[in-house]
Design a binder for this molecule. Structure first.
Ligand code: NAD
Length: 468
């Protein structure tokens, strides 16, 4: 099987122990990744620290040109990276799968390249001139999850580079291969040490935990579960690291009585089932008014029946397997519990290996585990409601607050309700449609800070005010 190499200080790190990465579609080996420890992490951080003085003092134009070169490199290797993502992550090449993910990575990289944080003049009069400068932090540690390994890597790396920081990235042990290759590819256009990658299986040594406590890392940008985000916050405290934490969600969608069920079925389906539901801002609970409940359920199930599930390498597949055994078991147990309480409209029975068909279960309510917990898989609970205020209250009855959506023919009425939802993003007649020019982040337990746009870029800098 192909062994993939880490890149530290611009050089491939060969030798040393490795671990197997599973192809979730077949159960076979997708490749092997280095199983690194404290020494390799220290070497990567030292390389990033050594690269920082030159990189951080480059002109804004030079940083922008370097980011454009990074974007071009990803574009050049798009198909290779897409295949690697499908191999290790399971999502199909087609549909909203790996080619779409790499397309997103390129779009984000390009947009971030074009952003800048110019000096802001706060005052300029006879009393004096006051300027706000944005300064790079130093070494940024990036810790990524397994659901969108390549796109999230770009969400972390590009803003760090654009603002003059250097990077050590650590992908999930479930999906390290595409990040290893990405870092190798972009090192061709970067000075040694500007972007380094370390990988490990999280067994004997947890690299992410060590990064969170590392004295020479100035910021952690993390995407992953709430439990891990909380641990990072604790271990980052003694070194006062800057943190951007994008964590779990349990997004609610609220369907108002005035919808046309046929018209919204496709949007509802992809809002919930994109990447098999393994998406932070997927719709994970659907509240439907009683007057349209049955019609919406029928239209949604009819659309879902047309979706081809299979090995992502097959060009016909539109959804792949669940990414890993732990997640599969979680979905299986939540569906088993929901089946006792509600009515299965579609799916409900596991397929071969890690395959699980799109599953829709109605007749559930808040208090049922499939509604209250983040399933992070292809199983959507539908809750029937009578009163819109009651639906809002149920939607807000969650410790999470990542995204939410309102579905209605009356956009103005939907916008009013959107303001009552306790979450970082609210979509109207769609769900989860993030874009690089709009800040994205969670409220409540879903996170800290935002990514994307100017607001996201600012999080990779310290403010310095100069009074003259
Ligand atoms: P996870 O928290 O288990 O792992 C994420 C990363 O953290 C991995 O790289 C892992 O190796 C690392 N890690 C493990 N223990 C650590 C520790 N003690 N300290 C530091 N790092 C550690 O999450 P996951 O299972 O990979 O991803 C699924 C979760 O991520 C879901 O809850 C999902 O909602 C969330 N997610 C959120 C967003 C978002 O933008 N809000 C995006 C994608 C996924």
């Amino acid at each position: 099987m192909t062994r993939h190499f880490a890149t530290i200080n611009g050089k491939p790190v060969t030798g040393g122990p490795s671990f197997a990465v599973v192809n979730p579609a077949t159960g076979g080996e997708a490749g092997r990744a280095p199983n690194m420890g404290a020494a390799e992490l220290d070497a990567a951080v030292a390389a990033a620290q050594a690269a920082f003085p030159e990189w951080s003092t480059r002109s804004d134009e030079a940083l922008q040109a370097a980011c454009a070169a990074v974007t071009a490199k990803i574009e050049e290797h798009a198909e290779e990276l897409a295949r690697l993502v499908t191999l290790e992550q399971g999502k199909p090449l087609n549909g909203l799968g790996s080619r779409w993910e790499i397309g997103g990575a390129i779009a984000w990289a390009g947009y971030t390249t074009g952003l800048s944080l110019p000096i802001k003049v706060l005052q300029d009069n006879e009393q004096g001139r006051v300027e706000l400068h944005r300064k790079p932090l130093g070494v940024v540690g990036s810790i990524t999850p397994w659901n969108f390994p390549l796109m999230i890597a770009i969400w972390h790396i590009l803003p760090a580079l654009r603002t003059g920081n250097t990077v050590v990235i650590k992908p999930s042990p479930h999906t390290p291969l595409s990040t290893l290759r990405l870092v190798e590819i972009i090192n061709a256009v970067l000075p040694p040490g500007v972007v380094n990658v370390v990988t490990g299986d999280d067994k004997a040594f947890n690299i992410g935990a060590a990064m969170s406590a590392h004295p020479d890392i100035r910021k952690i940008v993390f995407t992953g579960s709430c439990a891990t985000g909380q641990k990072i916050m604790q271990s980052a405290a003694p070194t006062m690291k800057r943190l951007t934490l994008e964590m779990g969600g349990n997004d609610a969608g609220i369907v108002l009585p005035d919808v046309d069920p046929e018209k919204i079925a496709e949007g509802l389906f992809w809002g919930a089932f994109i990447n098999n539901g393994q998406t932070c801002a997927a719709m994970k609970r659907l509240y439907v008014h009683e007057s349209v409940h049955d019609a919406v359920c029928d239209a949604l199930a009819a659309f879902a029946r047309k979706i081809e599930v299979g090995d992502g390498m097959d060009e016909k597949s539109i959804l792949g397997p669940i990414q890993n055994r732990m997640q599969f078991d979680k979905v299986l147990s939540l569906v088993a519990d929901a089946k006792k309480r509600g009515r299965v409209l579609l799916g409900g029975e596991p397929g071969e290996g890690l395959f699980f068909p799109p599953t829709i279960i109605t007749g559930l309510s808040n208090g049922d585990a499939l509604v209250d917990e983040e399933q992070f898989g292809p199983a959507l609970p539908v809750i029937c409601y009578r009163d819109v205020e009651e639906a809002i209250a149920m939607a807000n009855d969650s410790s999470n607050g990542l995204g939410g959506s309102v579905w209605s023919s009356d956009v103005e009425a939907a916008r009013k309700l959107a303001g009552k939802m306790q979450c970082g993003s609210v979509w109207i007649n769609k769900h989860g449609a993030i874009q690089p020019n709009a800040p994205f982040g969670g409220v409540k337990a879903s996170g800290l800070g935002v990514e994307f746009a100017e607001e996201g870029l600012q999080e990779y800098t310290d403010v310095q005010v100069i009074f003259a």
